[in-house]
Design a protein around this ligand. Structure first.
Ligand SMILES: CC(C)(COP(=O)(O)OP(=O)(O)OC[C@H]1O[C@@H](n2cnc3c(N)ncnc32)[C@H](O)[C@@H]1OP(=O)(O)O)[C@@H](O)C(=O)NCCC(=O)NCCS
Length: 198
């Protein structure tokens, strides 16, 4: 059966944090120098961080028939420092999109993105960042109207590079999306960011 989609509540903390950490480790662990992965998990994917997402952001869950968590999308206000300085006030970020490795290729990621975009304000650009080598995710995002607008350094504790991220944006769909002064320079805007996402 198709998954149920609903917003996360505080009771979802434990399975959400476990899925987030397991997916991050499976996808990116091999890119980190020794010690940096643990530091990243503690700084960005601890239970306390995930509780903060539930409290302060929007976390859309995909849940299976048996109640198991299959995937999630985390949506927040887009912080300029997290996306090569490009977002403007009112823009939003698809901060994370993770689907359990046992549930991939069934359209869950696409459904989560579609829900996020459908709920986005008409005058908001939607930003995300994605590892330069994550070509599958980049294809998925491109199919949903995202284009590459910049690049940023992915910070690690030791400073040893774990692979840079591309910044992608789905431009606002409403008329206000053409508001004057919106950044249009595509390319290699690069900024060392204190906000690690993916
Ligand atoms: C990227 C991700 C969310 C896609 O979820 P999904 O539910 O499998 O996506 P869908 O079934 O809707 O679409 C499948 C598409 O996802 C992309 N994809 C990326 N990695 C994939 C993977 N490991 N398995 C299957 N599809 C993957 C591909 O574009 C694929 O389509 P295509 O290869 O036929 O062109 C999921 O693979 C995942 O959680 N990966 C690990 C974390 C991650 O990379 N997140 C995104 C970067 S921030």
């Amino acid at each position: 059966m198709a998954p149920l989609f609903r917003d996360a509540i505080p009771d979802d903390l434990s399975p959400l944090a476990e899925l987030a950490r397991a997916t991050f480790i499976a996808t990116y662990a091999h890119t980190f120098a020794p010690g940096d992965l643990e530091a990243h998990l503690e700084a960005k994917l601890s239970d306390a961080c995930v509780a903060g997402w539930i409290a302060d952001d929007r976390v859309l869950l995909a849940v299976g028939d048996d109640g198991a968590l299959l995937g999630f999308a985390q949506i927040a206000a887009a912080q300029p420092e997290g996306f090569a300085g490009l977002p403007r006030p009112g823009d939003i970020a698809l901060q994370r999109l993770y689907v359990s490795d046992t549930a991939r290729g069934r359209g869950i990621g696409a459904s989560l993105i579609a829900s996020v975009l459908a709920a986005a304000p008409a005058d908001a650009d939607v930003y995300l960042d994605v590892w330069v080598e994550n070509l599958g995710a980049q294809r998925l995002y491109a199919r949903h109207g995202f284009g590459i607008v910049g690049k940023k350094v992915f910070e690690t504790k030791s400073g040893i590079n774990a692979g840079d991220d591309l910044v992608m944006v789905r431009r606002a769909q409403g008329q206000a999306g053409s508001r004057a002064g919106r950044p249009t320079s595509e390319g290699s805007a690069s900024l060392r960011s204190g906000c690690l996402a993916r």
